[in-house]
Design a protein around this ligand. Structure first.
Ligand SMILES: Nc1ncnc2c1ncn2[C@@H]1O[C@H](COP(=O)(O)OP(=O)(O)OP(=O)(O)O)[C@@H](O)[C@H]1O
Length: 413
């Protein structure tokens, strides 16, 4: 059975490419799939199924009678959805970045599951990162543009972003030891299922943290306790930016102190905004620009556009930027108000190797040139990022325990 493993550049209009295959109109070597019935395994189809379950108040994807897909963590959703796709008995399955959002163990589990189904279903795997190519698939190709032409994978040029850092420094602030977040013996459970068990965590100004843990271990839950979005924070011993949680603070006061990027927010924006407007909206914590920006705010954006080398794209419609440029712009949007805390939830997910390098360079510039505390979540070890500390969540019967380590692995007592 002939499978395909295809490396896609972010330049490729992936949706159109997938639609062309599924509608049986693809040209060239993939045209053998035109007479077959295929199914798409992707984050978008997972999202669609979640909406369907929600609208019809039904449970389609999972065996558990009272649990819809929405209540699973992103990693758990992927595993459930793979099983659901296979139940439809397709001739072939298009796997769109199947390993994204998965922790190391789940990556191995899903890779084995894919290899197991490869005897009965043809596979077309689409990935953005070279590291995600599957060794058992021998037919490999790269597609670089919207001609959708399959090229020999050996022809991958080393086109990584080459500059060491962005050129214009941002003003460094005097380092202080201010405590931004202090959690003392936090425990969270959902429907009596313990998720986090007695976790204590202190984050200070200027630190660089990575949060890791298997799928479902409570990373998003923990972030939502900080960003003020989770009612479970009440009644717990949490101090945010010098104020005890539940002491009458407003959610907006907390949001002012935090810049956030996560991959799902990308879809919330009206993408007809210009690049400049998109970044300006970061001053107002709004999904859109409803307030007239000041001259100073415009000047700061102009400065940042120089930093990220996108001044010439200032008036370009956000939607028309490359995926990597959009990602850099959204992280810049999160940082524009110079928040004490920047939360980056899987900032390089879905990017190709070139764009990953571009985003990592931006994170390193923020790290080097500002006193902003960075907290990033990623399942992958990114060799070019060096956080000071790693908080690792390890699930147990009583909920996840948190262990704090130095980046290189030594545990801090
Ligand atoms: N509102 C909710 N109701 C019930 N269970 C929930 C709710 N939100 C999260 N959970 C459960 O809590 C657990 C932790 O979820 P969370 O999203 O915090 O994990 P995570 O570490 O971010 O996972 P991933 O790496 O897969 O994104 C999961 O088992 C999830 O199913």
């Amino acid at each position: 059975m002939k499978h395909w493993d295809i490396l896609l550049s972010n330049q490729v209009d992936k949706k159109t490419f997938i639609d062309t295959i599924l509608s049986g109109e693809i040209q060239g070597e993939l045209s053998v799939f035109n007479m077959l019935s295929g199914i798409l395994y992707s984050d978008i189809s997972i999202q669609k199924l979640i909406e369907e379950e929600y609208q019809h108040d039904s449970i389609k994807a999972t065996k558990e009678p009272h649990r819809n897909l929405r209540s699973f963590s992103s990693g758990e959703r992927k595993k459930e959805f793979l099983k659901y796709c296979l139940k439809q008995n397709p001739d072939y399955i298009i796997l769109d970045n199947p390993l994204d959002h998965l922790d190391q163990n789940s990556r191995i589990e899903v890779t084995i599951a894919i290899e197991n189904i490869s005897n009965s279903v043809r596979i077309i795997q689409l990935v953005n990162r070279t590291a995600d190519l599957l060794s058992f698939i021998t037919n490999k190709a790269i597609i670089k543009d919207n001609s959708f032409e399959l090229k020999n994978i050996n022809a991958i040029e080393n086109n990584l972003f080459e500059n060491d850092s962005y050129k214009i420094p941002i003003h460094k602030e005097i380092f202080n030891d201010r405590v931004l977040v202090k959690m003392n013996a936090i425990s969270v459970s959902y429907d009596e299922k313990p998720i986090i068990d007695s976790l204590s965590w202190t984050i200070k100004q200027g630190e660089f943290w990575q949060l890791i843990g298997p799928n479902g271990s409570g990373k998003s839950t923990l972030l939502s306790l900080i960003s003020g979005d989770n009612t479970k924070a009440y009644g717990q011993d949490i101090e945010l930016f010098g104020r005890k949680k539940g002491s009458g603070e407003s959610i907006w006061e907390i949001k002012k102190q935090i810049g956030i990027f996560n991959t799902s927010m990308t879809d919330l924006f009206n993408k007809s905004y210009s690049l400049e407007e998109m970044i300006l909206s970061g001053f107002f914590d709004s999904i859109g620009l409803y307030t007239k920006p000041t001259t100073l705010q415009r000047r700061i954006v102009a400065q940042w556009l120089e930093v990220i080398e996108m001044s010439h794209l200032k008036n370009k419609i956000f939607n028309r930027l490359s995926v990597g440029q959009q990602r850099v712009a959204l992280i810049t949007r999160a940082v524009i108000k110079h928040p004490p805390l920047l939360i980056l939830d899987e900032p390089v997910e879905g990017l190709d190797d070139h764009n990953v390098a571009m985003v990592i360079q931006l994170i390193n510039t923020i790290r080097k040139e500002t006193n902003i505390t960075i907290l990033f979540v990623s399942h992958r070890v990114e060799p070019n990022l060096s956080p000071n500390f790693v908080l690792e969540l390890t699930p147990s019967q009583t909920g996840s325990k948190g262990v704090i380590k130095h980046h290189l692995g030594t545990e801090i007592k």
